[in-house]
Design a protein around this ligand. Sequence first.
Ligand code: PLP
Length: 339
Amino acid sequence: MPTTCGPAVGLPWRKQLQTVRRVAGPWLSPRSRFTFDVMTATAKTKTSASAQGVGTPTIWIDGEWCDRSTAMVSVYDHGLLYGDGVFEGIRVYGGKIFRLEEHLDRLYDSAKAIWLSVPMEKSELAATTKEAVRRSGITEAYIRHLLTRGVGDLGLDPRKCPKPSLIIIVDTIKLWPEEVYESGLNVITAGTPIPHRESLSPRVKSLNYLSHIMAKVEGIHAGADEVLMLDSAGAVAEGSGQNVFVVKNGRLSTPPAYAGILKGVTREAVIELATAAGYQVEQTVLNRYDLYTADEAFFTGTASEIVGIRQLDGRVIGTGRSGPVTRDLRARFQTLVRS
Ligand SMILES: Cc1ncc(COP(=O)(O)O)c(C=O)c1O
């Protein structure tokens, strides 16, 4: 009986994966075959970007250019085995990368905080990222950087991973339909708090998103669009992948980064825009009460941009739609990202 990996033994791991995929299908157990089918189906799927004819998802892995069907990682990569790594998500507007430098600064800081070194100078990574966007031909893109501990053994000791792995994916992203930006989101508070800031600091954009995913699933089960996460002391922290702001009497408030939230690049842009537009902005501890009684509340994030909250835990916020300040800041943000 042929083995699934026999023919590939001795080849570099990425070649082994390709060889296994060619020969393994018929002999796999039903369960493994499912996994296999999912892998191949994913590879065959055309993404929205290519379907719209506006470019091709492009992936760079440790110096090699790939597409969705050839981009593969080893099952011994500690990013997969343990979530040992960090990442970034960046948008491209009209072919221009929004705040690349700030995102790369955060990537390098996240890596440093977990004793991981990026195997490339920041300037070189910036140039490779721009090249990936250029090659993709996608002008309204979403870039995902991944830095993993790399290939090791099955123990968690990172010393067994001699070389970190660096990946750049250029594709597209859309979280919600356009109407949501008018109507606002129905949000509930999740029971799952963000991780304690002295455990795995939420300021590290790590590959461990399980708390945020569990919170998101709580929201899905409750029929909500999104969740609000608290910190372990019960103060308002952030959304499942977004920062949060409230507006009261024309004044904006958002939790401070030192409280242990991810310091969002969009959050910073919104603070700058709001300040320049004459709004008062304070970074302060917020309770859910502050959201329940706000005139407006909204989330900010690279993927979601600026999106209003119409309801939290059954309390209607303001008029129950995306409010005037939220819409004003969204318009200013849209001008900024294309300037
Ligand atoms: C947990 C969390 N908070 C906040 C944000 C918003 O950060 P940014 O505006 O940099 O995308 C994100 C987005 O990546 C996130 O995952």
